[in-house]
Design a protein around this ligand. Structure first.
Ligand code: CAP
Ligand code: MG
Length: 416
């Protein structure tokens, strides 16, 4: 039985995967493709006596082989609607460990509508978040309370307050802050929301706090409920370490909290461009399950992120229709709303124009060290001033002449 059919044209309902495949020898590509399609659908290493003719209709089909790139079409009945772990156990499961390949990378997934409609997608999306925060068209700005760990609840809330009155819209917990001996989750939420209310009163602006609810699923949902009950509007989740099942459970609670997806750990899968799973696939899964905001990396920050890749991910999560290009498969996101791209990691106010130029205005820019390195209040003001200047097409250098906080930032981080 062969899993290769280069004349096959995928049906409307097929799920399609684009893989980069690297067997021991180039001459083994067809053989490796065969094995990948077999193992990720209904096959195993040898023909079996229990196979039945009707079951062969469930076989995946390799319908394109171009160099090290293959496209595989999967009959939709292979998958359980609404069950992301099962879908990934098929198309992103055993195959990465097969001897038939030295390297294998899942580059993109085209989601069949039959599957797509079994996921909720974002509750808010870009427009919903903008409506909530009452900011129409400029990029949103945020900070991460630093040091990542160590502050107690009141100190944490105080740093958040300084950032909010300095001018940022959003303050988040760091990815590894949960419920710790020196900083208890519930007390932190209570203290920080108090400071949020104070900052809103003093600035007349909406201010958002993103508490990190990442935990075992039931506990994560309990914490998110607690945030909701206390008047919080956001929940932040480390989607890779919490896991797809946990993320789905949280989304399915329909708590009407904005879900901010931190991607800590993604680079274990995404960084090697020859093996693993692309951030493009991770982004599509997150959008499908229904986060409202997702870290996608920046070209210029401290984290790895090739320009082409970051821009492609930005398009994938912010557009409705994706046209096939390169190794990106076409997609029609239909009811799955566009979500906010989050730029973070080694950023400072001097980089704002570049970020807007590269990623547009529908982004959230987050500055940890890039704010607290100047003193939280000053740093937040410098970020706000950099955004004001950029939105008015004034150079930062020019604007800094009349805005001392921005001037301080440029002197510190833009020596030239
Ligand atoms: C940034 C950050 C972010 C990562 C996320 C940190 O702090 O809070 O978690 O940058 O990276 O912990 O490093 P700084 P990404 O602003 O101080 O660098 O957005 O690429 O997932
Ligand atoms: Mg962090």
């Amino acid at each position: 039985m062969s899993y290769i059919n280069l004349n096959y044209r995928p049906s409307e309902t097929d799920l399609i995967c684009e893989f980069r495949i690297e067997p021991e020898k180039e001459s083994m590509i067809r053989d490796a493709a065969e094995k990948i399609a077999s193992e990720s659908s209904i096959g195993t290493w040898t023909e079996i006596k229990t196979m039945k003719p009707r079951i062969k209709n469930l076989a995946a089909k390799v319908f394109e082989i171009k160099g090290n790139w293959i496209k595989v079409a999967y009959p939709i009945d292979l998958f359980e609607p609404g069950n992301m772990p099962q879908i990934l156990s098929s198309v992103a499961g055993n195959i990465f460990g097969m001897k038939a390949v030295c390297n294998l990378r899942l580059e993109d997934i085209h989601w069949s509508y039959k599957l797509m409609k079994s996921f909720k997608g974002p509750f808010f999306g870009i427009q919903g978040v903008r409506k909530l925060i009452k900011v129409k068209d400029r990029p949103l700005t945020g900070t991460i309370v630093k040091p990542k760990l160590g502050l107690n609840e009141k100190e944490h809330a105080r740093v958040a307050y300084e950032a909010w009155i300095g001018g940022v819209d959003i303050v988040k917990d760091d990815e590894n802050l949960s419920n710790l001996k020196f900083n208890k989750f519930e007390k932190r939420v209570i203290e920080t929301l108090k400071m949020r209310d104070k900052a809103e009163k003093e600035t007349g602006e909406r201010k958002m706090y993103m508490p990190n609810v990442t935990a075992e699923t039931n506990e994560m949902i309990r914490r998110a409920r607690f945030v909701k009950e206390r008047g919080g509007e956001y929940a932040m989740v480390d989607i890779l370490t919490a896991g797809w099942s946990g993320l789905q459970s949280l989304r399915n609670e329909e708590l009407k909290l904005v879900l901010h997806a931190h991607r800590a750990g993604h680079a274990a899968l995404t960084r090697n461009k020859k093996h693993g799973i692309s951030m493009l696939v991770i982004a599509g899964i997150a959008r499908l399950i229904g986060v409202d905001q997702l870290h996608i990396g920046t070209v210029i920050g401290k984290m790895e992120g090739p320009k082409e890749e970051v821009l492609t991910i930005g398009e994938e999560i912010e557009r409705g229709i994706i046209k096939k290009h390169g190794h990106v498969l076409s997609e029609n996101w239909r009811h799955i709303k566009p979500i906010f791209a989050v730029a973070s990691g080694g950023l400072h106010p001097g980089l704002v124009p570049y970020l807007v130029e590269e990623l547009g205005k529908d982004i959230i820019m987050q500055f940890g060290g890039g704010i607290h390195g100047l003193g939280t209040y000053t740093g937040a003001m410098a970020v706000r001033q950099a955004v004001e200047a950029t939105m008015q097409n004034i150079s930062l250098k020019e604007y800094a002449k009349t805005h001392k906080e921005l001037d301080t930032a440029l002197k510190k981080w833009c020596k030239h």
